[in-house]
Design a protein around this ligand. Sequence first.
Ligand SMILES: *Cc1c(COP(=O)(O)O)cnc(C)c1O
Length: 382
Amino acid sequence: MKKRYIMSPGPVEVPPSVLSVGGLPMIHHRTPEYRKALSEVTEGLKYVFQTKNDILIFPSAGTGGMESAVINMCSPGDKVLVAACGQFGERWAKIAEAFDIIPVKVFAEWGNEVDYTKVEAELKANPDIKAVFTTLSETSTGIENDIKKLGGIVKGTKAVFVVDAVSGMGAVEFKTDEWSVDVVVVGAQKGMMIPPGVAMVSLSEKAKAALALSKTPKYYFSYVEALKALKKDKLPDTPYTSSVSLILQLRESIRLIKEEGLENVWARHSKIATAVRAGVSALGLKPFAKGKPSNSVTSIWAPEGIDGDAVNKKIRDEYGITMAGGQGKMKGKMFRIGHLGYVDRFDAVIGISAVEMALTEMGVKIELGKGVKAVEEELLRK
Ligand SMILES: *Cc1c(COP(=O)(O)O)cnc(C)c1O
């Protein structure tokens, strides 16, 4: 028998109380009972997002939420700015191009944070930029961008500020309204701790004004229709069938976040991430992040002569722990340990222990227990 763990940066483990809600009998999505649940979810999400803005929910992967933001905020031929520092940030530009929207690509070298100075300069040089797209926690490289700083830069311009917080929300500090973020996109299977399948999007007044001008063809992802359904009665509704079970699960995971307190959720992620990073450096492994490391995921260079995917595969297939390899151009060169959502201190111990054991088996000279010791010391630090 093998006990299985998911330590990937999404999907993450689902807390038992959230799992059990998934097994409840089906209810119809047009009933008062369901719409009351949906109302609790849309209100509860405002606390998690730290916003007063309306939040729309679509049955979709996180990327669907990203696409919805592009097609509702822009029109073909519009110029937008994409501030990226990895695979997910660069995805914004690919989506824009798919709809004939023209991205000004401010792409930082992977491992760094977004280039804030260049973003500011490009916005000055291109006052016709309609939207700025970026990423809170860049999952492919394990970097956290300074969204507060970017919000301050974009605020004074005509552009709407759109943030992919898919792997950051519910894990790292994020304040939608205080940081002037107009559109926030979040997925289900990361910090929100539910199975994959819904995308959540918040919209500021500035975003709603941009929405009125958008001419990109759309049907399913129309924010106009979704807002109409949200507002048509006292209780929210959705234009098409809602993800009933996932929404009920989301209600439970929001309850868990509220019970713990958002600041405590952030502090927990910070503690565990700091411990994992301590373990990595004690083992003499090289962290990939040169900018601020994300508290959601730690990216690690594979040791000299070792295939990062092989490390990941060994830990998954032989130890039963699913971590992640490198993405895109970093495939085979790194591996990543996810520590977001339903995680506690001992996940850091297990994760670093697995890395120590796997690398030892693969012939890397590592002192067994050295990483785990550093993790434990960090966890015990007050
Ligand atoms: C996981 C992730 C996505 C994509 O989510 P999907 O549900 O796979 O579409 C987008 N952005 C970031 C930062 C992510 O971590």
